[in-house]
Every structure is written in C-alpha cells, then in structure tokens.
Design a protein around this ligand. Sequence first.
Ligand code: AMP
Length: 282
Amino acid sequence: MQILRTVNELRHWSRALRSTPGNTIGLVPTMGALHAGHASLIRAARATCTHVAVSLFVNPTQFGPNEDYARYPRSFDADCALAEREGADVLFAPDVDELYPNGPESTFVEVPGLANRLDGASRPGHFRGVATVVAKLLIAAEPHRAIFGQKDAAQVAVLRRMVADLRLAAEIVVCPIVRDPDGLAVSSRNAYLSSSGRAQALTLSRTVGCIESLVAHGERRAGALAAAARQTFAAEPEVRIDYIVLVDWSTLLPVETAVPGTLFAVAAYVGSTRLIDNTILS
Ligand code: AMP
C-alpha cells in the first residue's frame, strides 16, 4: 500500500489508472481511527473496484469551535495496518495545509437547505465542512465510486445532493451500519465512553430497534413513532436527546407518515459525547 501526502500525488495515481480501460477507482473518505465500520467500506470498495484509495484526514472545518477536533482520536500506524489488511492500494493522508492551502476559511461548498437540517441544525457549519472536503477529495481522486456509511445518513443526503448539483461523476455507494454485538453502532467516538456511558449509549440502538418493530407491526404515524422513541429515552435520564426525527432521506424534511425509505434518525449526548444512529424504514 502506498502512502500519499499530496493532492498532486493522488491526482497522478488516479489519472494513470484511468488511462487504462477497465480500471475502476473506489474512494473511501475517513477521519481515521479506523474500525470495523470503515473496514466494511474498504471491503465494499475492494469488491466493486479494481483499485481502492482510503483517505485519512481529520477535517478541521467540520468541527465547531467547542467540539472535539483537538482530541479526536488519531492512530496513524494502526490505521495503515487496517487499511492495508482490508485491501487498500493507497492511503491518502494529507496535512491541513495541503487541503486548505489558503487556510480553512477560503473557498467552500454549501448545500443549501439540507446542510442546516439534522446534524447541520445542531452543529452549524458542519455539513459545509463535510461537503467542502469531500468535494476536494472527489476532484483530486476522480473516483468511479465513493463509499460512505449509512451511519451518517444525513451526511449521505447532503453529499448525494452536492454530487448531483456539481455534476460530479462519482457514484455514491452507501453501506449498512456496522454494530457491536450488543447493538451499539461502531464509532470512533465510542472511545470517549466510560463503561457506564457505553451502557447508556445502548439507548440509541434500542430506540432504533423499537421503531423498526413498531413499523413492522403496522404503526406508520410519524408522531406516534417519535413519541415512542422519546419514551425509550425516559428510562435513561442521563442521556440527553439532541434530535429524534422521521424524515424523507433525500430532502431531510419531516414526514407525517412513514413509508418505505423514510429515515428514522436519532442523535443524543452521553455525557459530552454526541452519538448518532438511524434506520431506513422498510
Ligand atoms: P468518519 O471517519 O467517522 O468520518 O467516517 C468515515 C466513513 O465511515 C463515513 O462514511 C461513515 O458513515 C462510515 N462509518 C462510520 N461508522 C460506521 C459504521 N458503524 N458502519 C458503517 N459505516 C460507518
């Protein structure tokens, strides 16, 4: 596996491959601290593309001023080992100046509307940062496919819209949420949780399971489903709900009635750790 540090190196790698018919490039954007969720994306890229690049960049512009940018877990050597084991050909790990040569407050990509919903409402500027960095990566790597996790379902909606609006060529591929055996969605931020916090964090996946089961039994009213979801949190007063929503997955706007494809999403704080989970209703 090659480790590339500059946009030009990534661009040259991609262009050389694209000049040979039949080659396909998959890009897996990450912030590192790689875990089983990231591994599943790399495997999905490996299964559908001839060449795979994993990017590893803790993107400062998607963190708010009081968020965890400085203490976000960083584990470069372990990340290299995981990416190589899962079959990445390239690990792209630029520094901040390489992706933001004129500083973080320069040219950006804004996705109107969607970027201010769900996590974008709770974390102003977050999706602007995400859209900007993913646009930079897609322009540099020119992948045939870019692979993301359903874990960040609102992010997927924002990026799908951005790719459509900017007429970028990459196909957005979405992989299922990888969970620990007890149901907790795997996340780099789970490392922040104490053992009691980890037990409280299970409220999110329990809520997701409860909503799936209510829908399976015929409940379709979004208000009733949201109320039931809030009820599951009542047993864990130390877990603070950020949002509980049922929305259309492409617009992130609230629905009154759940239909196949409706996104049920939840975000909550366990102590100071913000966690998210979701399901696409069937
Ligand atoms: P991050 O490093 O947290 O920015 O995540 C990089 C990518 O991995 C995003 O597309 C996430 O949605 C995806 N991802 C994170 N956690 C999971 C998970 N538990 N299952 C599947 N994909 C995930």
